[in-house]
Design a protein. Structure first.
Length: 236
């Protein structure tokens, strides 16, 4: 994993029009060029191509990621977006987010298929782990994940810590750090693990100061560009 750390991932979820995304990029991109770490923006799928073109024009270090991909290769799967279609547009993709599991009934098997396709297409998976039990099947059935753990960005993101209506409820940084360490122990090597859940400018330092936490996956606090710029400053 060669990404400079800390790694900050802005997950817009199903928020923002193209005009709003474009304005956010104009505000945040210059700061990313001064930042020693890595910033990855994950907008909704329809805007990835336009965001990619805009970032090229701006010559920005800001990276791009998808919020999900299809578990199938390119083919007759209406509504899906395959990893091979995204290959030239973004370098990262979030998979296994707890909201995909909760609202779209995704399971460990789906996640394993997606990680496999991402790796085949040279897109770095940002693999969310909402419960460490999920790792059992990744170790037993998902040889792809076990054997390629060094090519994956893991995220420890307990669903109970995800903000609700701007109500921040973060995990205790000490507990997050222990869980991140446990992920490395399970994969038998020092893997890159981020923390996600109610990160904001007030608490980001407490997470980044932990030995096993390489960055953050941010939802609510990335939507407002000024707040996200504060997050970047506090992570420097
Ligand atoms: P919040 O930062 O809003 O808690 O969301 C976390 C998350 O789900 C990021 O993917």
């Amino acid at each position: 994993m060669n990404e400079p750390q800390p790694i900050l991932v802005a997950n817009f979820k199903a928020h923002k029009s193209w005009d709003e995304i474009s304005a956010w990029i104009e505000q945040v991109a210059p700061k990313c060029n001064e930042f020693a770490g890595t910033v990855i923006l994950c907008p909704s799928a329809p805007f990835l191509a336009a965001a990619h073109a805009k970032l090229q024009t701006l010559n920005s270090k800001l990276q791009l990621g998808a919020q999900d991909i299809s578990k199938f290769e390119e083919g007759p799967y209406t509504g899906e977006i395959s990893a091979s279609q995204l290959k030239r547009i973004c370098q990262y993709a979030i998979v296994g987010h707890s909201e995909r599991r909760k609202y779209f009934a995704e399971g460990d098997g789906d996640v394993i298929q997606k990680v496999d396709l991402l790796l085949k297409n040279e897109i770095t998976p940002i693999l969310c782990v909402s419960d460490l039990k999920q790792l059992d099947s990744y170790v037993k059935e998902g040889k792809t994940i076990y054997d390629n753990a060094e090519k994956i960005i893991f995220v420890y993101e307990p669903p109970s810590a995800i903000s609700k209506d701007r109500d921040y409820r973060p995990e205790d940084p000490q507990v997050a750090d222990q869980n991140a360490a446990e992920i490395s122990r399970i994969f038998n090597q020092n893997v890159v693990t981020l923390y996600g859940g109610s990160i904001n400018p007030e608490n980001i330092k407490a997470f980044l100061s932990k030995e096993n936490i390489a960055g953050g996956l941010v939802g609510q606090a990335c939507l407002d560009a000024d707040t996200f710029l504060q997050l970047i400053s506090k992570s420097a």
